[in-house]
Design a protein around this ligand. Sequence first.
Ligand code: KG4
Ligand code: ZN
Length: 332
Amino acid sequence: MNILAIESSCDETSAAVLVNGQIRSNVVTTQLIHEAYGGVVPELASRAHQQMVLPVVDKALNDAKIAKKELQAIAFTRGPGLMGALIVGSSFAKAMALGLNIPLIEINHMQAHVLAHFIEDPRPAFPFLCLTVSGGHTQIVLVRDHLDMEIIGQTLDDAVGEAFDKSAKLLDLPYPGGPLVDKYAREGNPLAYEFPIPDVPGLDFSFSGIKTSILYFLQKQQKANPDFVQQNMTDICASIQHTLIRILLKKLTKAAAQTGIRDIAIAGGVSANSGLRTALAELGQQKGWQVYIPRFEYCTDNAAMIAIAAYYKFLRGEFADQTISPLARIDW
Ligand code: KG4
Ligand code: ZN
């Protein structure tokens, strides 16, 4: 079974080819145009997807040494994501499926982040918990089967990736800030400054308060010393990152205790964070959990995860109608 998958939900144009359950190619291009604006500009993202989708798909097919006529299905990200960006990927996928007279498979981007764990070994055993952390989402997902997932906790406001990016912006770091906070944090003292841990009931999260407390903290420090940020960048980043990781792992620990599940995974762009990866591995050892941390290339947006999700839908015969529309917000 040969599947071509297309991902275009935000600022990565990506295509992957899956052959008999194995990823054969995964081409990811990141749109650099947004850097000048300090964040993703939706209209520019749509235009860049339009420019890139054809060469990226061609390269994915070439890398996999698969001809178009050998494909059995085309998969695409239906949502959640930026509407214009999703329309480019979905229109391309629909047209190609129609032209080749093969089925279309719609994929939920957040489910695909979780299923990235099934691209290669070690694959988690069911049921497991997945902390899915990206630029738009922060969720604790109870995964019963490949396509049977339940969100048991989520953010009530900002996503943790947004908290990383907005903190970076306050520190005058260029977009995307998350990886830069991670880089500086490696050299800093995580206990140098203290930020409050929000008290949110149940398994839900909140990240808007911490962003405000960082803003007030920086304003106060800069009043006394205008060079405060430049002089203390590594300690500030390490302290912010430490706080965000504490918030995430506190709720993940609570979810594990509540459900009795000891197979714990992380997924999504923020799972590329080196501090989170180390902290989760240590916590897992302490608690006796089996911990699953994806390879870096499968943390941030990529079409390989769309392809593996499509594989499980293909096996179940879950195909989409040709008239299906993308959805910026999507339920499970
Ligand atoms: O999953 P993803 O690529 O796109 C969405 O679905 O949103 O996640 C992007 C998010 C951004 O907020 C980015 O800053 C964050 O993941 N991110 C990181 C790191 N790498 C990516 N945050 C912290 N540390 C990193 N190393
Ligand atoms: Zn994503």
